[in-house]
Ligand binder design. Sequence first.
Ligand code: 5GP
Length: 123
Amino acid sequence: MGFEYDDQNIFAKILRGEIPNDTVFENDHALAFRDITPQAPSHVLVIPKGPYVSLDHFTQEASEGELAGFLRAVGEVCRLEGVSEDGFRAISNAGVHGVQEVPHLHVHIIGGRPLGRMLARET
Ligand code: 5GP
């Protein structure tokens, strides 16, 4: 499957500095910033600096350096946010079924309170 990246998406604009963000961590390959609508005391988005739509796209086309830099940024955010001990949830929504709002890969790191079940159970 081919992936088409829209460079007008809001996270692309954040990466270009066109829209401000509350940065938590940055390295050569990733940027982490606070979600504008936090769903828990700690809610940070980690995004790769490259033009990738989803985790699927990223893992197919990113270099080893990009893969490592991104995943290490996720770990750094957990430590900086202080959620490593009590726990957190890492979520990456993709596509229509995943209800992905912004078409640039992002992992939500959510913590700071008990989060309940991952998904509501269907009856
Ligand atoms: P998705 O539904 O695509 O997994 O999540 C997109 C997330 O991006 C949402 O949690 C939303 O609150 C967040 N978001 C949307 N626009 C902005 C923005 O301009 N700045 C920041 N920091 N977060 C945003």
